[in-house]
Design a protein around this ligand. Structure first.
Ligand code: FAD
Length: 293
């Protein structure tokens, strides 16, 4: 099923993200994770694409399994930095042949020391345009950054570039993780003022250890509020669930729901228990039950 149709049919959408296990890890590990995450009945599951295409085969395989075995709509991430038109066309054909109908179109991070794109694509907008002209009808998502993409010169410039992706043919927008809802709410206002009318899904990440999130937040320019640091400080490093960060993330989600968010996309980090607790203890279930336009 195409995500643009799910977004049209539902007032509120709930989705999950998983990443492919390392090549030397048995792929069945992720199928076991999905089997358990399936119990919370997400509207779709996205599968990340490793930097430089390093998980290409596994991303295709997992998206295929989601679609044809688990019967959950799959959103396959695809990065274009370093890719050729030919390599992108070939993976689009693979996705199509397996019935995968949704692509998250991304540029990918610049390899360290590089300033210029390596091959045929410069920005994610180029990939969106290419997919639209490919002759394959995918529903396309793109990324956005409430706290600004680190390479962008200003919030306005970043928003202008987001508009470029939307004008190129995107169907929906998912945010980078954020831990302070004000960043999201201000960004949503700026998007509206700029006339960008797109379903906006809030990307939410939890953590059982600060160190896991700190590296990512640093790289992406994401603020870590003191309250979040405090919450993680109580976490037992070996525990599957951290009570204080469950509470923090539940609070964040409930506040977003109260503020009319279109969707919550949980970056699960392939962790079942922590995310299941967040689902059960937040107002996600109620928001989905009240799901009429
Ligand atoms: P773009 O939209 O191309 O933007 C990149 C930068 O270029 C921004 O600073 C933008 O402002 C600027 N820009 C855009 N257009 C122009 C223009 N015309 N002129 C000048 N500047 C311009 N990475 C992975 O490797 N695999 C994944 O699976 C993955 N999934 C992600 C999912 C989400 C929801 C998010 C938010 C990010 C994800 N990323 C992933 C990370 C992403 O690849 C990086 O953030 C990357 O640095 C930017 O990708 P983008 O698609 O936003 O790029």
């Amino acid at each position: 099923m195409k995500i643009r149709d799910i977004l049209k049919a539902k007032r509120f959408v709930f989705s999950l993200e998983v990443f492919p296990p390392k090549p030397d890890t048995d792929i069945r590990v992720i199928y076991d994770t999905i089997e358990q995450l399936k119990e919370i009945d997400p509207d779709f599951i996205s599968v990340t694409f490793g930097a430089g295409g390093s998980t290409r085969g596994r991303t295709v395989e997992i998206a295929d399994k989601l679609t044809n075995y688990f019967k959950i709509p799959a959103l396959a991430h695809l990065t274009c930095i370093g890719a050729t038109y030919g390599s992108i066309m070939s993976i689009l054909k693979e996705f199509k042949s397996k019935g995968v109908e949704n692509i998250m179109a991304l540029r990918g991070d610049m390899p360290a020391g590089e300033k210029e794109p390596l091959k045929d694509f410069k920005y994610a907008a180029d990939l969106v345009r290419f997919i639209r002209k490919s002759g394959h009808d995918f529903s396309i998502g793109v990324a956005c950054y409430p706290e600004k993409h680190p390479e962008a010169s200003s919030h306005d410039a970043d928003l202008e570039h987001l508009k470029g992706k939307v004008d190129a043919g995107a169907d929906f927008v998912t945010t980078q993780l954020f831990l302070e809802n004000n960043h999201f709410l201000k960004f949503r206002d700026r998007m509206e003022k700029a006339g960008i009318k797109m379903p906006l899904l809030a990307g939410i990440m939890t953590a059982t250890k600060l160190v896991n999130l700190e590296r990512m937040a640093d790289m992406c320019g994401v603020e870590i509020p003191e309250r979040f640091r405090k919450a993680t400080s109580s976490c037992d490093i070996n525990a599957l669930v951290c009570e204080d960060t469950v509470k923090y993330t539940v609070g964040q989600i409930n506040h977003l729901i109260a503020n009319g968010v279109k969707g919550i996309h949980l970056y699960t980090m392939n962790k079942v228990e922590q995310n299941r607790r967040i689902y059960e203890e937040s107002k996600l279930r109620q928001a989905r039950q009240a799901n009429v336009h």
